[in-house]
Design a protein around this ligand. Structure first.
Ligand code: PEP
Length: 250
């Protein structure tokens, strides 16, 4: 049985003070969520304070990106070890905004995935097609490419610490959500691919989150799909009450 994982992705929102206030307000609201894993990926500056504020709660804290090297002359970058030291237990990698605005290729994502796992972080690896790719009938090709290339070289055992987030680019921050059936179709395809690459047991155990304008009103129908094991949520994760409704979707 896969444990659902509901994770906020704050992107470039929230100061340290705002992040701490959020956790102080949210931790009691989500404390009773049984059988659900809860995470927040936050801006680097807020991570340490956020992790301190979340200590003793059921909220995990993660980074939104990291570099693949342990240290070095990479101005502006953060290593997996630095995220760990700040109190993170996971990192989001390959988000479409990283691919779109910062030129991240699946090859780069793959290096980051390996480095993060080696350092001891769990990984949420994102994949997803643009609207043009969907309309050209290339959804499966693009998504499977992101997954296969992003996870290339991993052993089946590594997958226990990986979550794949399917995030159609056309649904992120647009208010336009994939239908539950569209999400299920792609998720099932990802699981089939993982079974071919890593074996059925690893594929069956791996969690696949959906992301793209998930909100309290639609989280239930998305989560009801058999291959949807969680949600990666941007906008609707920024307010404690909305976040708590997502977490308490059942
Ligand atoms: C995201 O940031 O990964 C995301 C899915 O954003 P939103 O929920 O705002 O569409």
């Amino acid at each position: 049985m896969r444990k659902p994982f509901i994770c906020g992705n704050w992107k470039m929102y929230k100061t340290v003070a705002e992040a701490v206030a959020f956790v102080e307000a949210a931790r009691g609201l989500v404390a009773g969520a049984e059988g659900v894993e809860i995470g927040i990926a936050a801006p680097a500056t807020a991570l340490k304070s956020l992790a301190d504020a979340a200590r003793g709660s059921n909220i995990r804290v993660g980074g939104e990106n990291c570099h693949w090297e342990k240290e070095g002359a990479f101005t502006g970058e953060i290593s997996p070890g630095m995220l760990l030291e700040a109190g993170c237990s996971f990192v989001v990698l390959g988000h479409s905004e990283r691919r779109q605005y910062f030129g991240e290729t699946s090859g780069v994502v793959n290096k980051k995935v390996k480095a993060a796992l080696a350092a001891g972080l769990d990984v949420i690896m994102c994949c997803g097609e643009t609207l043009a790719e969907r309309e050209a009938g290339k959804t499966a090709l693009v998504v499977e490419g992101h997954v296969a290339d992003g996870l290339a070289g991993l052993a089946a055992g590594d997958l226990a610490r990986v979550v794949v987030a399917y995030e159609p680019v056309w649904a992120i921050g647009t208010g336009r959500t994939a239908t539950p059936a569209q999400a299920q179709e792609v998720h099932a395809g990802i699981r089939e691919l993982l079974a071919r690459l890593f074996g059925p047991a690893a594929a069956e155990a791996l969690r696949i989150q959906y992301g793209g304008s998930v909100k309290p009103e639609n989280v239930g129908e998305i989560m009801a799909q058999p291959d949807v094991d969680g949600a990666l949520v941007g906008g609707a994760s920024l307010k404690p009450d909305s976040f708590a409704k997502l977490v308490n979707y059942r």
